[in-house]
Write a protein that binds this ligand. Structure first.
Ligand SMILES: CC(=O)N[C@H]1[C@@H](OP(=O)(O)OP(=O)(O)OC[C@H]2O[C@@H](n3ccc(=O)[nH]c3=O)[C@H](O)[C@@H]2O)O[C@H](CO)[C@@H](O)[C@@H]1O
Ligand SMILES: C=C(OP(=O)(O)O)C(=O)O
Length: 427
């Protein structure tokens, strides 16, 4: 298996391009199931998760063509077309590798009136149940059965009637599945306490471009008036706010000065606020965001929360940064019950971090040392890369498949700003 080797201590400087957002792309791609016309997605990141999703879509009879794939380009353009659904089952083999496959449930049900999707199961960061996805679809009139590890959903003859659902907990994926099911329902549906993440806004914008009628985009009460059919559209995937935040931490930990081209400031308020409190300068510049640091890093207390709160997907990267700050930072993870697996690995690099349940206490201003570390989940992997960039000596990050799910050609991007980083084939 490949590994990444980082020689720490290089100050990052220059410009680094931000890719299309993984978490937006994973909900935009299944929208192609909702129409027989072509849906073209621009700025789609080149990631293992997107390749996996493309494969899953092909199983349903979706044709996919890719343009703009010169090896030197970041991103690409994919056109998906579903003249006819040839299959409505998402098998265990594909869902197991990619949790976001559950996002085909809503659109398949909306278009075909039925869907069978393998239960995704838990993953490293937590149990991640899908009960709210199913309850929302039931509220719209679907019948749900569970058999042999699969969810089978059926709409009544004539399609889903639509209905109202209030989420007891904010869920990004359940809001997305519900929206994709509601757009083709016979009546009006209302989602209360819906997720307000920018990726949900991106999804709604594509659905509207396809002819959907949605009110309350970006708000916690969303109303969807079902339409008879949707048409094709061409749409540009939003920039990845988590990738941008991750590279902002990388720039900051090295005391660097990096412009994140293509990043969107307005999607990143909570992350930028935390960075500024930590003593990092974050400025909007033409075409992106400039991040630099010219003073010491300061301790910050943070609690993860649904948007517009501080994103759980930035917790691990910020923790690596705070390991080098003066003072003690207290981080609280409120979204996933097991999202501190980077802590023992960061401690092996010389950090002083203790965890007590959902709280992590980071005793900062430590000197980090390079070490061999094991990446356990996507953002945990990135926190180890960030730590490695400022550590003394060599850091070797093993198990790269997590990083490849969410960071497009990470080592190339970091090399562009002067990092001493390479990917090598391992045993
Ligand atoms: C592909 C994608 O977009 N992934 C993101 C998405 O994941 P995902 O959509 O899986 O996360 P959710 O927003 O659904 O999860 C939020 C919380 O709700 C709980 N829950 C969720 C669904 C459900 O049916 N029942 C339930 O109890 C979860 O266990 C978790 O505690 O949002 C998370 C929270 O911002 C991010 O960390 C992930 O990167
Ligand atoms: C947890 C994440 O993704 P996923 O939901 O795809 O596992 C993430 O992007 O940090």
């Amino acid at each position: 298996m490949d590994k990444i080797i980082i020689e720490g201590g290089k100050r990052l400087e220059g410009s680094l391009p931000i890719s299309g957002a993984k978490n937006a792309a994973l909900t935009l791609v299944p929208c192609a199931l909702l129409t027989e016309e072509p849906v073209t997605l621009r700025n789609l990141p080149r990631l293992a998760d997107i390749d996996g999703f493309q494969h899953l879509m092909n199983q349903f009879g979706v044709s996919t063509t890719i343009a703009g794939s010169r090896p030197e380009d970041f991103g690409r353009v994919m056109t998906l077309q579903t003249p006819r659904l040839t299959n409505t089952t998402a098998p265990y083999e594909l869902v197991r590798k990619m949790r976001a496959s559950i996002l085909v449930l809503g659109p398949l049900l909306g278009r075909a009136g039925e869907a069978t999707v393998s239960l995704p199961g838990g993953c490293a960061i937590g149990n991640r149940p899908i009960d709210l996805h199913l309850k929302a679809l039931e509220a719209f009139g679907a019948t749900i059965e569970m058999t042999s590890g699969y969810v089978r959903a059926h709409a009544p003859d004539g399609g889903l009637p639509g209905g109202d659902f209030s989420f007891p907990v904010v869920s990004v994926g359940a809001t997305e599945n519900a929206l994709m099911a509601a757009v083709l329902a016979n009546g009006t549906s209302r989602l209360d306490n819906a997720a307000r993440e920018p990726e949900i806004v991106d999804l709604c914008n594509l659905l509207v471009a396809m002819g959907a009628e949605i009110e309350g985009i970006g708000e916690s009460l969303i109303t969807v008036h079902g339409v008879k059919r949707l048409h094709g559209a061409t749409y540009r995937v939003m920039p990845d706010r988590i990738e941008a935040g991750s590279y902002a931490c990388a720039a900051a930990i090295t005391g660097g000065d990096v412009t994140l081209t293509g990043a969107n400031m307005k999607d990143m308020s909570a992350t930028n606020h935390a960075l500024r409190n930590a003593g990092v300068h974050v400025e909007e510049v033409k075409g992106g965001i400039r991040v630099y640091r010219d003073g010491p890093l300061k301790a910050v207390n943070l609690s993860t929360a649904p948007f517009p709160g501080f994103p759980t997907d930035m917790q691990a990267q910020m923790m690596a940064l705070l390991a080098m700050a003066e003072g003690t930072s207290v981080l609280t993870e409120t979204i996933f019950e097991n999202r501190y697996m980077h802590v023992p690995e960061l401690n092996r690099m010389g950090a002083h971090i203790e965890t007590q349940g959902r709280t992590a206490i980071v005793h900062g201003a430590t000197m980090l040392n390079g070490a061999e570390v094991m990446a356990t989940d996507l953002r945990a992997s990135m926190s180890l890369v960030i730590a490695g960039l400022c550590a003394e000596g060599e850091t070797v990050v093993h198990r790269l498949y997590h990083l490849d799910r969410g960071y497009e050609r990470l080592e190339e991007k970091l090399s562009l700003v002067g990092a001493n980083i390479e990917r090598v084939g391992g045993d």
